[in-house]
Design a protein around this ligand. Structure first.
Ligand SMILES: C[S@@+](CC[C@H](N)C(=O)[O-])C[C@H]1O[C@@H](n2cnc3c(N)ncnc32)[C@H](O)[C@@H]1O
Length: 376
C-alpha cells in the first residue's frame, strides 16, 4: 500500500489515486496475463510530480512497475506462465523526465521491459500505437494529466480503441466544471471530449450537478469515440474541504474488468473514508451516536445508489428481460455502488427477479448467462 506519510499536507488525493491503481493493476496483470501472451502498460503523464519519497514509491509509475512485477511473479509461480510485459512511460517536462529515466536505469529489471519517452503524449500516440499493435497484446493505458489540455479524445482514440484495451483516465472534474462557463475554453473542451456542445451541457447543468455531468459526458465519449462497451468511475474527494476533486474514469470491454475495478474502487473508498474521518475527528472518537461514525461519504453513496437503481429501472422500460451482465454494468457504472447493494436491491424489488443458470445457485454472477426478469 502507498505510504500515507508521503502524501500528508495536501496531496492525500494522490494517495487514493495510487491505492486504486495499485489494487487494480496487480489483479489485472494476473487475470490478463493468464490468458494473453503480451501486456503493454502506458503511463501517459508519468511524472514524477510532487513525489516526496526518495525511492519514488509515491509515483504512479513506481507503483505500477512494482505491481506489474508482482503480478508477473504470481503468473510464473502459480500459473506457469511468462507473458511479455512492457511499460511505456511518457513525460513532457525535461527535469521530471530526467528523474524518471534515471529511476528506470538504476532499477533492477524484474522481467518487465521498460521504455521512457520524453515529450508530449499526443505527439507520441502513433509511435506507441505501432509498438502495441499486435493482436496478441492487451493494452492498459493510465492517463493522468494535470488539467484537460494536451489530451484530445480524437488524437488518443486510435491508440486505445481496440477490443483488447482498458483505460483509466483522471478527469479533473473540479477544474473542468469551473471553466465550463468561459466561452474562450470552447475549443479545448471540444478537444477533451471529442464532441462539440459538451461545454454548454455542463454550463447549463445545476451547479451542484456539474461534476457528475462532466463524468457522464466523458464516459459517453469513451463509449462513442473509443468504442468501449463498459465504463465506471471512482470518486476522489477534496483532501481539505468538502466536495469532489476528481474522478478516475475507467473503460473496458469486459464486465469482468468492471468487477475488478469495483473491487479496487471499494478499497480506495474505504481508505478515503478513514482519511476523512481522521481529518474530521483526529484521534478522538466523537461523542455522538453510532450513525455519526458511519462512512463520511454516506450522503454521496446514497445519491449514487439512487442514480444507479434508476438506471436499472430504465433498462426495463419497455422490456421484460435483460442479462444480469447488462444490469450489473449499468448499475456499477456509477461510483460507490457495490454489487452486494445491487443484488439486495434486486432481491427486494417487487417486480424484478433472477433467472439463474445452473443448479444450487442462490446469487447471480456475471458471465454466467444469468438473467433478470420483470413480472407484471
Ligand atoms: C498529474 S502529473 C502525473 C502524476 C503521476 N501520474 C502520478 O500519479 O504520480 C502530470 C504529469 O504530466 C506531465 N505532462 C504535462 N503535459 C504533458 C503532456 N502533454 N504529455 C506528457 N506529459 C505531460 C507533467 O509534467 C506532470 O509530470
Amino acid at each position: 500500500m502507498p505510504d500515507l506519510e508521503h502524501y500528508k499536507g495536501g496531496r492525500e488525493q494522490g494517495y487514493i489515486k495510487h491505492a486504486l491503481i495499485e489494487k487494480y493493476l496487480e489483479r489485472f496483470t494476473i487475470k490478463i496475463g493468464s490468458k494473453w501472451d503480451e501486456i503493454a502498460f502506458i503511463d501517459a503523464f508519468a511524472g514524477p510530480w510532487g513525489a516526496k519519497s526518495e525511492d519514488l514509491s509515491d509515483t504512479s509509475f513506481g507503483i505500477a512497475l512494482h505491481r506489474l512485477e508482482r503480478g508477473l511473479k504470481v503468473l510464473q509461480m502459480v500459473h506457469g506462465r511468462s507473458p511479455r510485459i512492457r511499460a511505456f512511460l511518457i513525460e513532457k517536462d525535461l527535469d521530471a523526465f530526467g528523474r524518471l529515466d534515471a529511476f528506470v536505469k538504476e532499477r533492477p529489471s524484474k522481467g518487465i521491459e521498460v521504455q521512457c519517452f520524453p515529450g508530449e503524449f499526443e505527439v507520441l500516440v502513433s509511435r506507441l500505437g505501432e509498438s502495441v499493435k499486435s493482436d496478441r497484446c492487451f493494452l492498459f493505458s493510465l492517463i493522468d494529466p494535470k488539467g484537460w489540455t494536451g489530451l484530445s479524445m480524437k488524437v488518443m482514440a486510435p491508440l486505445i480503441r481496440r477490443r483488447s484495451s482498458e483505460v483509466l483516465v483522471n478527469v479533473m472534474t473540479d477544474f473542468v466544471r469551473r471553466f465550463a462557463t468561459v466561452d474562450l475554453c470552447r475549443e479545448s473542451y471540444e478537444d477533451f471530449f471529442g464532441r462539440p456542445g459538451v461545454r454548454k451541457i455542463i454550463a447549463d447543468a445545476p451547479a451542484d450537478e456539474r461534476q457528475d455531468v462532466v463524468v457522464r459526458e466523458y464516459c459517453r465519449s469513451l463509449r462513442e469515440l473509443c468504442e468501449f462497451q463498459h465504463v465506471s468511475s471512482c470518486v476522489v474527494l477534496q483532501p481539505d474541504k468538502k466536495g469532489v476533486k476528481y474522478f478516475m474514469v475507467f473503460a473496458t470491454n469486459n464486465p469482468m474488468g468492471i468487477k475488478v475495478f469495483k473491487e479496487a474502487e471499494a478499497h480506495a473508498a474505504a481508505l478515503q473514508d478513514e482519511l476523512k474521518f481522521a481529518k474530521e475527528y483526529g484521534d478522538q472518537l466523537p461523542l455522538l451516536p453510532c450513525e455519526a461514525v458511519a462512512p463520511v461519504s454516506e450522503a454521496l453513496r446514497q445519491k449514487y445508489r439512487r442514480l444507479a437503481f434508476g438506471r436499472v429501472e430504465e433498462v426495463f422500460r419497455g422490456r421484460v428481460e435483460a442479462s444480469y451482465d447488462e444490469v450489473f454494468c449499468k448499475a456499477l457504472a456509477i461510483p460507490l455502488v457495490t454489487e452486494t447493494e445491487l443484488i439486495s436491491w434486486l432481491e427486494a424489488h417487487p417486480k424484478l427477479s433472477f433467472n439463474l443458470i445452473g443448479k444450487r445457485r442462490q446469487k447471480p454472477g456475471i458471465l454466467k448467462g444469468d438473467r433478470v426478469v420483470k413480472s407484471h
